[in-house]
Design a protein around this ligand. Structure first.
Ligand code: UDP
Ligand code: MG
Length: 351
């Protein structure tokens, strides 16, 4: 059953929210937390600050909400960490910075941010301004209307054509093999209820895909359209290899259908081979031995070897994930955190 089905099923209003109550949520002390992973974004950060903070200040004023921004520096090798610490000094009342010692990936960075958020509503945003910070308020409004997960669909997505095509194909594949219904899985501007974030914090998954993970816990998700722009500066931090890895995480982390499909293919191939053996045996008895057809044989053998290797690789993907999980090593190491303790007095904000 998908979360969407669950939300519209017969669970009446008089049922206590048992599934939600099972997670003891720390008491949120601000209304909205915005979590932003940062990896080598030094050239674009100032532009981000210039749009993000006014947008959030306007939201705080118009909606009478409090907010915080949690930046997670994912082991940047440029000046990002320094720029973030300057930002913390400029707005310590609403800014917190988590510093990784190395690059653990966007989703690990977001999870580390999740572990530290103090907000009742948690919004994730990329640092590259592809998703306009001005849209955050739309997500917050949808959350305040009662939804526990606000997904997004990029209006007029501005990315390379090959990425859009590949992403559509992956979207379709994921739709088929998991129960997760997301129109646009790649867009990271999303809002989550605090309870969902607490549940994600309990998962301790190493290679995961946050929007999908959150979706499996959502009771009342909704999707809204948001704008999309080209990267303000710099290049995508995802190499082709990193993108492929991320998609493997999405497929193998949320479904065992690929393994099951492979068993099925294996079974069909075995039956087909058995038929071939019988046909060849009969032919040899009644017609005589075959000398021709060497390359056909090679062709068939290579195909089967290819299928076998693919199967071993697929199995390896799952085994590798299990191995990483059972080692139980820390998922990341936080080198430093810049934040004001919650008992420190608040000072009037400077900009
Ligand atoms: N990012 C990260 N760690 C990484 C790669 C990316 O924290 O290893 C951050 C990056 O700084 C940005 C966000 O994740 O804020 C999305 O990255 P990017 O814009 O490069 O991805 P794309 O939009 O091309 O999918
Ligand atoms: Mg981007």
């Amino acid at each position: 059953m998908t979360p969407l089905e669950r939300s519209s099923s017969a669970v009446g209003a008089d049922w206590p929210p048992a599934a939600q109550a099972a997670v003891p949520a720390r008491v949120p002390t601000v209304d909205v937390s915005v979590v932003i992973p940062v990896y080598n974004e030094a050239d674009g950060l100032q532009q981000l600050f210039d749009r993000l903070y006014p947008a959030l200040d306007a939201m705080a004023r118009d909606r009478a909400l409090t907010y915080e921004v949690v930046f997670v520096d994912d082991g940047s090798r440029d000046r990002s960490a320094m720029i973030l610490s300057d930002r913390y000094r400029a707005r310590p009342d609403v800014t917190r910075v988590v510093l990784f010692n190395a690059n653990y990936g966007q989703h690990a960075a977001i999870m580390a941010g999740f572990e530290r958020v103090r907000g009742a509503i948690v919004v994730t945003l990329d640092a590259d301004l592809q998703n306009p910070p001005e849209e955050i308020v739309k997500l917050v409004d949808a959350m305040r209307a009662g939804h526990d997960y606000v997904g997004t669909i990029r209006r007029d997505r501005q990315d390379a054509a090959w990425r859009k095509t590949a992403s559509r194909a992956m979207n379709r594949l994921r739709e088929r093999i998991t129960h997760i219904t997301m129109t646009d899985q790649g867009c990271m501007l999303r809002a989550y209820d605090r309870r969902i974030v607490e549940t994600i914090n309990q998962c301790r998954e190493i290679n995961t895909f946050i929007p999908a993970l959150a979706y499996t816990f959502a009771n009342d998700p909704i999707e809204i359209e948001v704008g999309h722009a080209e990267r303000a500066v710099g290049e995508s931090k995802y190499s082709l290899y990193a993108l492929i890895r991320l998609n493997f995480d999405l497929v193998t982390g949320f479904s065992v259908v690929p393994l099951q499909a492979f068993s099925l293919i294996g079974a069909l191939l075995s039956i087909a081979s058995a038929v071939l053996v019988v046909v060849l045996a009969l032919r040899r008895i009644f017609v005589g031995p075959e000398a021709e057809g060497l390359f056909t044989l090679f062709g068939i053998a290579f195909f089967l070897i290819g299928v076998t290797l693919l199967g071993i690789g697929l199995l390896g993907e799952y085994v590798g994930r299990i191995y990483e999980e059972v080692r139980g090593r820390p998922r990341w190491i936080v080198q430093a955190v810049l934040e004001r303790r919650s008992d420190e007095p608040r000072s009037p904000a400077a900009t």
